[in-house]
Design a protein around this ligand. Structure first.
Ligand code: NDP
Ligand code: MG
Length: 391
């Protein structure tokens, strides 16, 4: 029986993870559940799974959650999230909360010696050097849940002594694949929220449409697998069946495939190093007579280019790009800015926010807060760089 803390239990990954736990109640027990503001769902999850600890991030819902769960410890606030992450009985912590809010709880979990099933890619984007170093120091495994990284992790099993030449992260291309900048200028949030292959939370769905998701994943891969930026390639594969590939120094390539269902990588991360039986629909080759692969259009989807630039520059630049992106995605979802202006604001933040070459954790946290204020101000003033595109 493995005890699992699920941070972000009410989200797309969190609810799918609970489906996996429910289907394998003989293998897994949930010891902590957290959410930000969806009190109703959190309460019903807690009534069903009976964890030892429940955390509601937003304190205005605390009284409601507390009253509904007699006999269960209920806490609120950022520090409580860290407590859920470091709960003594937890063996594995699934970080399924969204954004840089995942950084400190993930650090708490690592410092408490918990293995991490990492969905929250933003944690590695913001402070990948510190997080991976801490994991090494504490002998903690970071098992990716992101489907591309899970694919690579699976391809690397048994290859510990063999150096990787390069990896290919596959991208569906999102709902706007093939469109030019003129067409993108007027796209609506409703169109951006319709992903062709995956159903996910709003933030990652917009990131997928803008290719920022792939940019964040390139940075995530750099830290998970210890690669140089030049060893990480992105390839558009609209069928989303080949989840990613690893090329070894002899030229051989291994790929991991499966239907696009996040429960598969969740399964893998929970069961690692084993595999558990599932009854999910199996892939049928006859349904896919053709797989296609092409280069991403980084001229139209500038975010991917910006993310590569941030990764090459290093320091606090990926942290800047992540915080600016969280602000602009929110602004786009609130109809404050257009689709293309998201990249303009991000680029402006990358140019204007002070660069720190070797940031401490405090530097990262300060950069994150400062970038949110700076980017928020650009959105309010509608001050976008539309000329002078450098990347
Ligand atoms: P959702 O938006 O669906 O869920 C986010 C979860 O985090 C919810 O439980 C939410 O609570 C909670 N949350 C939101 N903001 C905060 C905060 N400030 N502090 C604490 N908790 C918070 O996101 P997804 O499940 O789609 O994504 C989660 C993570 O997994 C992201 O990092 C994403 O990039 C990654 N990922 C997701 C995939 C997917 O298929 N969805 C695929 C690969 C990676 P509440 O419901 O109360 O708001
Ligand atoms: Mg992914």
């Amino acid at each position: 029986m493995k005890n699992i803390s699920i941070l972000g239990a009410t989200g797309s990954i969190g609810t799918q993870a609970l489906e996996v736990v429910e289907a394998h109640a003989d293998l897994y027990r949930v010891c902590a559940l957290t959410a930000h503001s969806n009190a109703k769902l959190l309460i019903s999850q807690a009534q069903k799974f009976k964890p030892d600890l429940v955390v509601i991030g937003d304190d205005q819902y605390y009284a409601e959650v507390k009253a509904a769960l007699p006999g269960i410890k209920v806490l609120t606030g950022q520090q409580a999230l860290c407590e859920a992450a470091a709960l003594p009985q937890a063996e594995l912590v699934l970080t399924a909360l969204v954004g840089a809010a995942g950084l400190q709880p993930t650090i708490s979990a690592i410092e408490a010696g918990k293995d991490i099933a990492l969905a929250n890619k933003e944690t590695l984007v913001v402070a990948g050097d510190i997080v991976t170093q801490l994991a090494e120091q504490h002998g903690v495994k970071i098992i990716p849940v992101d489907s591309e990284h899970s694919a690579i992790y699976q391809c690397l099993v048994g290859e510990e002594v063999n150096p990787v030449e390069k990896i290919y992260l596959t991208a569906s291309g999102g709902p706007f694949r093939g469109k030019d900048r003129e067409a993108l200028a007027g796209v609506t949030k409703a169109a951006a929220l319709k992903h062709p292959n995956w159903t996910m939370g709003a933030k990652i769905t917009i990131d997928s449409a803008s290719l920022m998701n792939k940019g964040l994943e390139v940075i995530e891969a750099r830290w998970l697998f210890g690669l140089d930026p030049d060893q990480i390639d992105v390839i558009v594969h609209p069928q989303s069946i080949v989840h990613s590939l690893v090329q070894f120094t002899d030229g051989s390539i291994k790929a991991q495939m499966g239907l696009p269902d996040m429960k598969l990588p969740i399964h893998y991360a929970l069961a690692y190093p084993g595999r558990i039986t599932s009854s999910y629909e199996r892939f049928n080759f006859m349904d896919y007579p053709e797989f296609t692969f092409s280069k991403p259009d980084m001229h139209t989807f500038r975010n991917l280019q910006l993310a590569y630039h941030a990764l090459r520059k290093g320091g606090n630049m990926p942290c800047i790009i992540n915080a600016a992106n969280e602000v602009v995605v929110n602004a786009f979802l609130n109809d404050q800015i257009g689709f293309l202006q998201m990249s303009d604001v991000i680029e402006r933040c990358m140019e204007d926010i002070p660069f720190i070459e070797k940031p401490s954790l405090d530097n990262y946290l300060e950069t994150d807060s400062y970038t949110r204020i700076f980017a928020g101000d650009l959105v309010t003033k509608q001050a976008f760089l539309t000329q002078n595109i450098k990347y």
